[in-house]
Design a protein around this ligand. Structure first.
Ligand code: GRF
Length: 213
């Protein structure tokens, strides 16, 4: 008999509203997961307070400004991978994590990492997908939950996506609010599907076992 996979590490850098959505879903029992560690690369990330209020273990891995090629950057990633390995995670959930990790990190957890991005990938990858979609004049954007693979962060196999229409008078803030509402629904669902072993990867395509929709 295999033990259920429930051990989740969440990596944040900022507000942590997606972390909060996961915590809420766990508390409502709509997500059977156990967040064993919340990692932040910023000491002042408000998401850390959310983690502490929920009684979760936290780890701060404060990020430095490294010069190009500084070996200390790789050492940071490897130290972080060691810290995370120590809590024996089944899944790493990137939730607003703003540090590009080296392949030496990503290879350690291959197949067990997911990220959420506020656009319909492959449209508008990178750091500013919401202003980019507005500046482009797109009529539709959305949310993507995807696996993270070594190589490039925003290109992993897509798990869930949902479209959000862009209104004529949308600003970064109004669009972000509607995208967040979708994110907070999609991410707990994707994490739950993974932990229930319902995500089957076939190349770039991810099949959901037993899906009726
Ligand atoms: C989200 O919009 C997520 O898609 C992106 O970063 C943002 C994090 O927001 N990767 P929060 O910290 O979860 O509130």
């Amino acid at each position: 008999m295999t033990l259920p996979s429930t051990r989740v590490v969440v990596l944040i850098s900022g507000e942590g509203t997606n972390l909060q959505a996961l915590i809420d879903a766990m508390q409502h029992r709509s997500l059977l997961a156990d967040i064993v560690l919340v990692v932040s690369n910023r000491v002042t990330a408000p998401g850390l307070d959310r983690a502490r209020s929920a009684g979760l273990a936290t780890h701060i891995a404060a990020r430095k400004r490294w010069a190009p090629g500084d070996p200390a950057r790789l050492a940071y990633d490897i130290r972080l991978a060691d810290t995370i390995s120590n809590v024996r995670p089944d899944l790493l959930v990137f939730a607003g994590w703003m540090h590009v990790l080296a392949d030496a990190f990503l290879e350690r957890f291959q197949g067990r990492m997911m990220n959420i991005h506020p656009s319909l990938l492959p449209a508008f990858p990178g750091r500013s997908p919401i202003p980019d979609a507005l500046a482009y004049g797109a009529r539709v954007t959305g949310v993507t939950v995807h696996f993270v693979d070594p190589g490039a962060f925003d290109t992993g196999a897509i798990i869930l996506q949902e479209a959000v229409e862009i209104d004529q008078d949308d600003t970064d803030e109004t669009l972000l609010a509607r995208l967040h509402a979708v994110e907070h629904r999609l991410y707990p669902r994707a994490v739950g599907l993974f932990l229930a072993n319902r995500l089957v990867r076939q190349g770039r395509r991810v099949h959901i076992r037993g899906a009726t929709d």
